[in-house]
Design a binder for this molecule. Sequence first.
Ligand SMILES: [Cu+2]
Length: 304
Amino acid sequence: MLPEQASTVAADIDNLYFYLIAFSVVATALIVALIIAFAIRYRRREGAEPAHRDRENWKLEATWIVVPFILIIIAFAWGANLFVEVSVAPDDAEEIHVVGKQWMWHVRHPNGRREINELHVPTDRPIRLTLSSEDVVHSFYVPAFRVKQDAVPGRFTSMWFEATEPGEYHLFCAEYCGTDHSRMIGRVVALAPSEYERWVEAADDPLVSAGEELFHDMRCADCHTGEPDATGPDLFSRYGTAVAVEGEDELVRFDREHLRRALLDPGARVAEGYPAVMPTFRGRLSDREILKLAAFVEARAEDE
Ligand SMILES: [Cu+2]
């Protein structure tokens, strides 16, 4: 019913939540039941007007004041305690910078490694994210960790978590931020600490990261999502292979040159089975930018 619990605070937060729900359900049921029972029992009847009687029952009065009071104070103390725990990062937390921008997340690791719409973190180590925004308010939300924090332009905010289970988790923008808000999604990849070290130390080619940013900025990612129902083909699985082109018997090799031609003259070679809706980027992309895009597609293709 709930997303998996993949951080140190997730179980505590769920337990508090269940406690509040249980309290509300029991209190509501009790009140509704009493209203109905009293309405029937003391309804107005012909010839049987109930007489007014003064009755005092201090025990009953004390019970319905003291019991809910204690239950609510428990919720308050528990919630305040948890709130402080979730708000204050441990001193030894590792700091990662995250910048929200319509409509993507830029991530920068302590050693300078960057990524987009993805956040790699080690498990069993507290991580503090320092968030900011380049344009409007976004919100960094990882349901499996039970953490969410706004990224606000003109100021830094922060959040922290400690992942407990290696795996991939959803990352959502949880603040409506414009047209493509619903597509401002990504993933958090929790790796065992040794694997994270290897990942973060891996060479980060500036050409590739510039290409990745262009890929998002030029909206390539809108059509080339990699999903089976996407408008355009999955470039990363096709790059380096021979692909079928409309109206040609022979397959053509998907290399840098094919990519360049697809961008500058998309109508000339249309991938078989796809509509010819790829816009031309002639005049909108410089040769250098095409090189960056090619470097990114090539690097991602090698990863897969
Ligand atoms: Cu957003």
